[in-house]
Design a protein around this ligand. Structure first.
Ligand code: BES
Ligand code: MN
Ligand code: MN
Length: 463
């Protein structure tokens, strides 16, 4: 295997500078205030693809944010890798909890990253990880040995559900045809223990709105005589879990299968320290479904969480008010067997059933996505495993992750190919949180591992 380390080491300053330029653009997909920033980011990525010598580079318009596409077909008889990533980022609030401006990237040493980590929104999720693929391609091109065909598809709506990418994929199956899809948008066990993500949970995201009285009322004059929508909503939400922390929606677990003994053993052997887990997020005690370990709860069991709840008075000081409305945003993480559309129906039906007559209810559906599992007995997995082994001197461990990338299951359905989830983030990277960061060494080792993957995959594909 070729040694790419020298080229990466020699060019790392420039690689980082280029990434910083990308991180400076606040490409928040959730807010239309940033539509121009989204454009600028897409343009910058296209510029990079052109500079890399990719052909047919284009910004593909959608009903929402654009998709950046480019390809290098060197020989139709060689395998084709389709790289997917996203250039959009999560909102930054609460801004006051960031040590510095989320869009002024800087490098700071941390306990876990003594060589330094890049701090910025999107540093890890996903600009930093997506950019590794551009740089890996540069490494391959500059070292004169791109061994196979490659297509890049970088979208701007992952953080808001990838609705328009779904349409794009359905309409462009030929253009996107490939032998394997390669994605870096997940994590690894630790800096020294590599892992390959073999499962992602699905997601159902909904909102409940309760309406009681036709306006906010004086909580003294009316208190005790009217059902308070916030009180009612709290009770309803509480009832969604039983005393064993099982979800109470009828039918919710119907298609969920328990992990086999073998699977449980495998999961128990993953290096994971529950005390470190608790310490890292400042907890005294973990919590979850009775009868399952934390790793199981995080990967092969579904979950239901309130993401936000509001109504009444939440500003400074006190205001005596009995609110007219109360709302909550709720996400459910789903596992294989569960279908988000069916789960949405079960949820909506159940919420309507448990809403008392004293209030009226509206259920609003946001986005959803199916869960994904990847087998480990494929050429793609083997190639990835070899690529990690070259760089980390350890065989990567297959792990299932609790997060969701809804488009991955759709790729499988529409493009009929499997995805290799080669993530280099760490749990401590604070993605979606204040002070998101990404280890400089994760970034550089990622570039190297990806470069190796191209060679292993091409070699194994030739048989
Ligand atoms: N990259 C994440 C998903 C992820 C993170 C998977 C860490 C595994 C480990 C992705 O950008 C994301 O945040 N997905 C959303 C879903 C989306 C529909 C908003 C999620 O999981 O909440
Ligand atoms: Mn992501
Ligand atoms: Mn994300």
């Amino acid at each position: 295997m070729k040694n790419f380390k020298t080229y990466i080491e020699k060019n790392k300053k420039r690689f980082l500078n280029e990434l910083f330029e990308l991180l400076r653009i606040p490409s928040i997909s959730a807010s239309s205030d940033h539509d121009l920033d989204i454009r600028l980011t897409a343009d910058l990525i296209k510029k990079h693809l052109l500079k890399l010598g990719l052909d047919n580079c284009e910004i593909c318009e959608t009903q929402g944010h654009p998709i950046v596409y480019g390809e290098k077909i060197i020989d139709k008889n060689l395998p084709t890798i389709l790289v997917y990533g996203h250039y959009d980022v999560q909102p930054v609030d609460p801004l006051d909890l960031w040590d510095q401006d989320p869009f002024q990237p800087y490098i700071k040493k941390t306990k876990i990253h003594p060589e330094g980590a890049i701090f910025a929104r999107g540093a890890c999720d996903d600009k930093g990880q997506m950019f590794m693929h551009l740089k890996a391609l540069e490494v391959l091109m500059e070292e004169g040995d791109l061994p196979c065909n490659v297509k890049f598809m970088i979208e701007g709506e992952e953080e808001v559900g990838s609705d328009n990418l779904e349409i794009f994929v359905k309409n462009n199956k030929e253009k996107l045809s490939n032998d394997i899809i390669l994605v870096s948008d997940t994590g690894m066990i630790s800096k020294t223990i590599p892992s390959i993500t073999t499962g992602l949970r699905g997601i159902s995201y909904l909102e409940i709105e309760l309406t009681g009285p036709n306006r906010d009322l004086h909580s003294g004059h009316y208190g005790g005589t009217v059902a308070n929508p916030i009180n009612v909503l709290s009770e309803m939400i509480t009832s969604l879990h039983d005393s064993n922390n099982k979800i109470t929606i009828p039918g919710f677990y119907d298609n969920v299968t328990d992990p086999s003994e073998e699977e449980r053993k495998e999961m128990a052997s993953i290096p994971f320290n529950i005390d470190e887990f608790k310490d890292s997020i400042g907890l005294n005690l973990e919590h979850g479904e009775l009868g399952y370990t934390t790793i199981e709860r995080q990967s092969v069991r579904p979950a239901l969480d309130i993401n936000g709840i509001w109504g009444g008075y939440t500003e400074d000081g006190a205001k005596t008010v009995l609110p007219g409305k109360a709302s909550a945003k709720i996400s459910m993480r789903l596992v294989p067997g569960q279908n988000w559309k069916e789960i949405n129906e079960l949820f909506t039906k159940h919420i309507k059933n448990i809403t008392p007559k004293t209030v009226s209810v509206k259920v609003i559906e946001h986005h959803g996505g199916q869960p994904y599992v990847a087998p480990t007995n494929t050429i793609g997995y083997k190639a990835a495993s070899n690529a990690y082994e070259d760089v980390f001197n350890l065989k990567p461990i297959p792990t299932k992750d609790g997060g969701s990338i809804p488009i991955i299951a759709l790729f499988e359905k529409e493009l009929e190919s499997k995805t290799i989830l080669m993530g280099f983030g760490l749990d401590s990277d604070a993605i979606h949180s204040p002070n998101e960061h990404y280890g400089v060494s994760n970034f550089l080792l990622g570039i190297e591992t990806i470069s190796n993957f191209y060679h292993h995959f091409t070699k194994l594909s030739k048989g």
